[in-house]
Design a binder for this molecule. Structure first.
Ligand SMILES: [Zn+2]
Ligand SMILES: [Zn+2]
Length: 128
C-alpha cells in the first residue's frame, strides 16, 4: 500500500478530469493544465500529458485531430458531432449534432463510411 502517492495521483487525475468537464469543449494539454491548476496549483505539463494519455487508454477522453493544429482531447461518449475553431484565439468548441445528411457523390464502386468537417469563425468571447 502506498497511500500518499495514490492519493496524490488520484487528486491530479480528478483535477484534470474536472478541467475537461468544466470546460465542456475539447482542450489542448496546455489549456487543460491552465484550468486544472486552478484546483491543483502544483500540476506540471508532464503530469497533464501522462494523465491525458491514461484517460485516452481508459477511453474516457478521445483525441480530436485539428487540421494544422495540435491534437485536442474531449470527453468520450458523445454522439457524432462537429467542431468550431476560433480564428482569433484558436479555441475549439463543440457543435451539436450534424446537418450533413446528404451523401457525398462518390466515384463508382466507392463506399461511404463517414466524414470530417470543421467550422471556422470568431468565438463569442473574441467577438465582443
Ligand atoms: Zn476566440
Ligand atoms: Zn457529421
Amino acid at each position: 500500500m502506498n497511500a500518499p502517492i495514490q492519493t496524490r495521483n488520484t487528486r491530479q487525475k480528478d483535477a484534470i478530469r474536472a478541467a475537461f468537464i468544466e470546460a465542456n469543449r475539447p482542450l489542448s494539454p496546455d489549456e487543460a493544465l491552465t484550468l486544472a491548476q486552478r484546483e491543483l496549483n502544483a500540476l506540471s505539463i508532464a503530469t497533464v500529458y501522462r494523465n491525458i494519455s491514461n484517460l485516452v487508454e481508459d477511453k474516457w477522453l478521445i483525441p480530436v485531430e485539428v487540421p494544422g493544429h495540435s491534437t485536442r482531447y474531449e470527453v468520450s461518449g458523445k454522439g457524432h458531432h462537429h467542431h468550431f475553431q476560433c480564428n482569433n484565439c484558436g479555441t475549439l468548441h463543440e457543435l451539436e449534432g450534424c446537418d450533413l445528411h446528404a451523401r457525398p457523390k462518390l466515384p463508382r464502386g466507392f463506399k461511404y463510411t463517414g466524414h470530417e468537417f470543421f467550422v471556422y469563425g470568431i468565438c463569442a468571447a473574441c467577438a465582443k
